[in-house]
Design a binder for this molecule. Structure first.
Ligand SMILES: [Zn+2]
Ligand SMILES: [Zn+2]
Length: 393
């Protein structure tokens, strides 16, 4: 009887393996469906940019993540990402494993790894050379002379290998004095300004820090994030990005499956990139030039020089007046993100224009110039994007 059961089990396992479509996530034989809220191309001056959705902070079993590199690619594809980096702690073996699957799916894959200082700042490194040989990854010492590698030496080695370095979840681990606070579960007392420790200050001064996360799913509760504009993020990082010219990221840092309970941030955060070319080189060129906008919690969040062109590329505002002094504002939203417009100085309720919708607002008395505050387009911790529109007859 036992033998019989074993035979049946083997048979059914064989049948299952054979019947699973090649593209299925493990244990799920349903066809994969991609939900990609497509962004139109954006014209800035004469330059045309494609807008890609990226996630540059992902874990697999090469560290403490649950899904294999191949499953991460399939998952990212179904969630509408165009580009990802798998960034395991201390390891970048996932890259080689995921690359053929990424090619099959048309997903851009960037080599990545999570590293940084011993029990302190976490860094995500992208696009370093394949022969980069990390020493004491994630365990760099912040003082010279100990058994572990001095951070300055290893940080430089990483950037010399072509590495693009971003400061992951910069809110984790620090209380107001800049000391390590670990998992206290206590939110930090905002505002936490310019409490960057010496290693980050040094890297900024040397030009060796290139980006920063303003949003990270894995550390969104009790890790020093701030509840602001209805979501948990780290607004101060946006100010740092602005002040130090860092590329802005919203990454998931996903460890479990994205669909898992307690991990289902819908929709998933994304780093939007304005790329000239849809390729790994095009992605890295955009990252190095800082052409990103963090998209999470219904917000478009980034440096003004990036959020401005993106919002102006996604929307069209037509402001007309008539001879009797009345006016009309027509706002078209050509993008997949709902936009909320507030009319500065006018006694009007703000209007939210959903994806691919048009709003028409009648004004009894039209000013010569209209200032629109895009409340969900955030350019500093306390500042939204403002666009000015002249009245045309
Ligand atoms: Zn981390
Ligand atoms: Zn991580």
């Amino acid at each position: 009887m036992k033998k019989f059961i074993v035979a049946i089990t083997l048979l059914s396992v064989t049948w299952f393996v054979l019947s699973v479509p090649r593209v299925a996530v493990a244990g799920d034989d349903a066809p994969l469906v991609r939900t990609a809220p497509a962004f139109p191309d954006i014209l800035v001056g004469t330059q045309r940019y494609s807008v890609l959705r990226g996630d540059f902070h992902i874990h697999t079993p090469y560290s403490d993540g649950k899904l294999t590199p191949a499953e991460r690619v399939r998952e990212a594809w179904t969630y509408g990402y165009d580009v990802i980096a798998i960034t395991d702690h201390r390891s970048f073996e996932a890259y080689a494993e995921a690359l053929p699957v990424a090619k099959e799916f048309g997903l851009i894959l960037i080599r990545g790894m999570e590293t940084g200082l011993h029990e302190m700042e976490h860094l995500v490194a992208l696009d370093f050379a394949a022969d980069y040989a990390p020493r004491d990854p994630h365990s760099w010492a912040d003082a010279e002379g100990g058994p572990r590698v001095y951070y300055r030496q290893q940080w430089r080695k990483l950037t010399d290998a072509g590495g693009f370095v971003l400061y992951a979840h910069p809110h984790v681990g620090f209380n107001g004095d800049g000391a390590w606070a670990a998992e206290t579960g206590e939110p930090l007392d905002p505002p936490l300004r310019h409490r960057l420790r010496e290693p980050i200050q040094w890297a900024l001064a040397q030009g060796l820090l290139h980006g920063i996360e303003v949003r990270n799913h894995a550390t969104d509760r009790g890790w020093g994030t701030v509840r602001d504009r209805g979501t948990l993020w780290f607004p101060m990082a946006l100010d740092w990005a602005d002040e130090y010219g860092l590329t802005v990221f919203a990454n998931t840092d996903v460890h479990q499956a994205r669909a898992q309970d307690g991990n289902a941030h819908e929709p998933q955060s994304a780093t939007l990139l304005l790329v000239r070319e849809r390729s790994p080189e095009g992605v890295m060129e955009a990252l190095r030039a800082g052409r990103t906008v963090a998209h999470f919690g219904g917000m478009l969040c980034g440096r003004k020089d990036m959020v401005g062109p993106l919002v102006q590329g996604l929307t069209q505002v037509d402001f007309r007046g008539s001879s009797d002094g009345a006016g009309r504002v027509r706002i078209e939203n050509h993008g997949p993100v709902a936009m909320t417009a507030e009319f500065r100085g006018l006694d009007l309720i703000p209007v939210t224009i959903d994806a691919h919708q048009t709003a028409l607002v009648e004004l009894a008395a039209a000013p010569n110039e209209l200032s629109i505050v895009w409340t969900n387009a955030v350019v500093r911790s306390t500042e939204s994007l403002v666009t000015i529109h002249r009245r045309t007859p």
